[in-house]
Ligand binder design. Structure first.
Ligand code: SIN
Length: 505
C-alpha cells in the first residue's frame, strides 16, 4: 500500500497546507462529506483527501462572489492595487513553502516550482500597476453641446477554470487582473493540483481580502467536475469565464456558455513548431529546445512539440541535443539536483508512450530515452509497495515522419521529435499546418528572415532565438483553435472589464 506523505512537515508554515475548499471566507468540506485522494506523482503516496464538491456548492460560491461584488468593485483602484502588492510580497516571502506544495502535488522540480511562484507573483505586481491605469476616454460628439464619456467597469463575477500544469501561475494570471479590475472570482481548481490554489486562498485571507471576493471550489475529475463547469457556464450571476486547458474542453465550455452569452477568454492547446535554420547558433538553439521542451517535463501549452531542423545541420544538432538531454536529472523534484520530474499522472505517461511507439513504427529512431523510468526514491518520501509513479525519460527521436501522431497532436510530455526540412517556405507551411496556433520558436542570425518568419507564423506568440517567452508583461494567448483573449500584458485586464459610455447632453 502507498504511504501517506506528511506535507505539513516539509513546510516552514504548515498552515499553508489546506485540504478544504474556500467559500465565502470559510474553509469547507464537501457538503455531503465525499472526498477524493490526492497523490504525489513522484512517489504515488497519498498527500491528502480533498473535498469532492457537488454542483450546489459551486452555486453557493457564485452567490458569495455576487454578494461581495458591490463592495469590492466600489473600492478605489488604489485600494485593490494595494491588496495585490501585499499578495505579491507574501508570495515572495513564502516562495519556499509555496514551491514545495507545488512540487509535491504537480511533480515539477523544486527550483522550477519556486520559479513558477516568482512568475505567479509577477502577475500580482503587473496587475497592481495596470489596475491604476484603466483609463476611460472622452470622445468628441457629432452633436453640438454634447459629450461622450467612456468608463471601464468590472465585468462582474468571474469563473476561473485553471489547469494543473501551472498550479499557481495560471491562477494568478487570471485572478490578479480580475481582482484589480474590481471583479470577484470563483476558482475551480484542478483535481490534480488543488493545494496551490488553497495556499493562495490562505494568503488572500491573511491580507484581509473580504469574504466572497475569492472562492475556491474543488472536486475530482468526472461527473462533479463536469457539473461544476456547467454551473459556472450556465449560472446567470457569472459574467465571464476564463479558462486554460484543452481545445476540446474549450469547445464544450463555449457551447455551455452560449445560453447566458458570457464573455469568454480561452487559452487552449498548442502544437508549437520550433525551427532551427542552418545559420542558427546551434549551442543557443539546443539551450532553447531544452528550456522550451523539457520545462514542466514537457507539460506546457507552449512547449516545443515539433522540432524542425535544417537538413544541413540535422545530424550535428541531434548529437548536441542528445548530449544536453543526457545531463538532465530525472527524479523526485524535492531531491537535490533534479531537473525533470514526473508527469502529472499515468494518462500523461500513456500518451508519450503512444507517440513514441507510433513514431518508431513509422521509421523514427531513438537517440536517448524512449522508455519509462523508475525513480530511486531518496529521503523525501518513502515509496510503498505497488504504488504508481509517473516518470518518462526525456527522449529525442530522429527521422520522425510527417504523418506521425506527434506531428498533429500535442504530446504534453518529454518527447523531442526532430523533423528535417530544407526550405523556409516549406517549413513555414508545415508549422502552420496545425489547427492550433499558440506559440512558435525559431533560431536564425538573419534579421530579415527574423521579421519575415515572425510575421508568417500563424500563432499568438513567437520566440526568436529563445525558447522562453513567458512574462507577465506580454499578451499571452493564441490564434486559430488555441483560443482567444489575452492574459497579461497591457490588454490582459481589459478581459475583465466592460466599456460603458455616457452620452451627456
Ligand atoms: C501554459 O502552458 O498554459 C502556460 C505556459 C506559460 O505561461 O509559460
Amino acid at each position: 500500500m502507498s504511504k501517506t506523505q506528511d506535507l505539513g512537515s516539509l513546510l516552514q508554515d504548515a498552515d499553508l497546507f489546506r485540504t478544504q475548499g474556500y467559500i465565502n471566507g470559510k474553509w469547507v468540506s464537501a457538503s455531503d462529506g465525499i472526498t477524493f485522494p490526492l497523490t504525489n506523482p513522484a512517489t504515488g503516496s497519498k498527500i491528502a483527501d480533498m473535498p469532492h464538491m457537488p454542483r450546489t456548492q459551486v452555486s453557493e460560491a457564485i452567490d458569495a462572489a455576487k454578494a461581495a461584488l458591490p463592495s469590492w468593485s466600489a473600492l478605489t483602484a488604489y485600494q485593490r492595487s494595494s491588496y495585490l502588492l501585499k499578495l505579491h510580497s507574501l508570495m515572495e516571502q513564502h516562495s519556499q513553502d509555496l514551491g514545495t506544495i507545488l512540487c509535491v502535488e504537480n511533480g515539477k522540480p523544486l527550483a522550477e516550482a519556486k520559479g513558477e511562484i516568482a512568475y505567479g507573483a509577477s502577475f500580482m505586481q503587473w496587475n497592481a500597476a495596470e489596475g491604476l491605469r484603466t483609463y476611460g476616454q472622452t470622445i468628441p460628439s457629432p452633436y453640438p453641446g454634447t459629450r461622450n464619456i467612456v468608463i471601464k467597469q468590472p465585468i462582474g463575477v468571474c469563473g476561473l477554470i485553471t489547469p494543473w500544469n501551472f498550479p499557481n501561475a495560471m491562477i494568478t494570471r487570471k485572478m490578479a487582473p480580475a481582482l484589480a479590475a474590481g471583479c470577484t472570482v470563483v476558482i475551480k481548481a484542478p483535481a490534480e493540483t488543488p493545494l496551490s490554489a488553497l495556499a493562495m486562498a490562505v494568503l488572500c485571507e491573511r491580507i484581509g481580502i473580504p469574504p466572497g471576493v475569492v472562492n475556491v471550489v474543488l472536486m475530482d475529475k468526472g461527473d462533479r467536475e463536469a457539473a461544476a463547469g456547467l454551473e459556472l457556464c450556465e449560472n446567470p450571476k457569472v459574467s465571464k469565464i476564463s479558462f486554460t486547458g484543452s481545445t476540446p474542453v474549450g469547445r464544450l465550455l463555449m457551447k455551455q456558455s452560449s445560453s447566458t452569452l458570457k464573455k469568454l477568454s480561452f487559452e487552449l492547446g498548442g502544437n508549437a513548431a520550433f525551427i532551427i535554420f542552418d545559420d542558427a547558433d546551434l549551442e543557443l538553439a539546443v539551450t532553447g529546445v531544452i528550456a522550451s521542451k523539457f520545462r514542466a517535463a514537457g507539460q506546457t501549452c507552449v512547449c516545443a512539440n515539433r522540432i524542425f531542423v535544417h537538413a544541413d545541420i540535422y545530424d550535428k544538432f541531434a548529437t548536441l541535443l542528445t548530449e544536453k538531454v543526457k545531463q538532465l536529472q530525472i527524479g523526485n523534484g524535492l531531491d537535490q539536483g533534479i531537473t525533470i520530474g514526473p508527469l502529472v499522472n499515468s494518462r500523461g505517461v500513456e500518451k508519450v508512450e503512444r507517440h513514441v511507439k507510433d513514431a518508431l513504427s513509422k521509421g523514427a529512431k531513438v537517440l536517448i530515452g524512449g522508455e519509462g523510468f523508475s525513480p530511486n526514491n531518496n529521503n523525501n518520501d518513502i515509496q510503498g509497495e505497488g504504488v504508481e509513479t509517473c516518470f518518462y525519460k526525456p527522449t529525442v527521436l530522429i527521422n520522425v515522419s510527417d504523418d506521425s501522431f506527434v506531428s498533429s497532436e500535442e504530446t504534453f510530455g518529454p518527447l523531442a521529435p526532430l523533423f528535417k526540412f530544407k526550405d523556409e517556405k516549406d517549413v513555414i507551411e508545415k508549422a502552420n499546418s496545425s489547427e492550433v496556433g499558440l506559440a512558435a520558436y525559431f533560431y536564425t542570425k538573419d534579421l530579415s528572415r527574423s521579421n519575415r518568419v515572425s510575421e508568417a507564423l500563424e500563432v499568438g506568440m513567437v520566440g526568436v532565438n529563445t525558447g522562453v517567452i513567458a512574462q507577465a508583461c506580454i499578451p499571452f494567448g493564441g490564434v486559430k483553435q488555441s483560443g482567444f483573449g489575452r492574459e497579461g500584458g497591457p490588454s490582459g485586464i481589459n478581459e475583465f472589464q466592460i466599456e460603458k459610455v455616457s452620452f451627456l447632453t
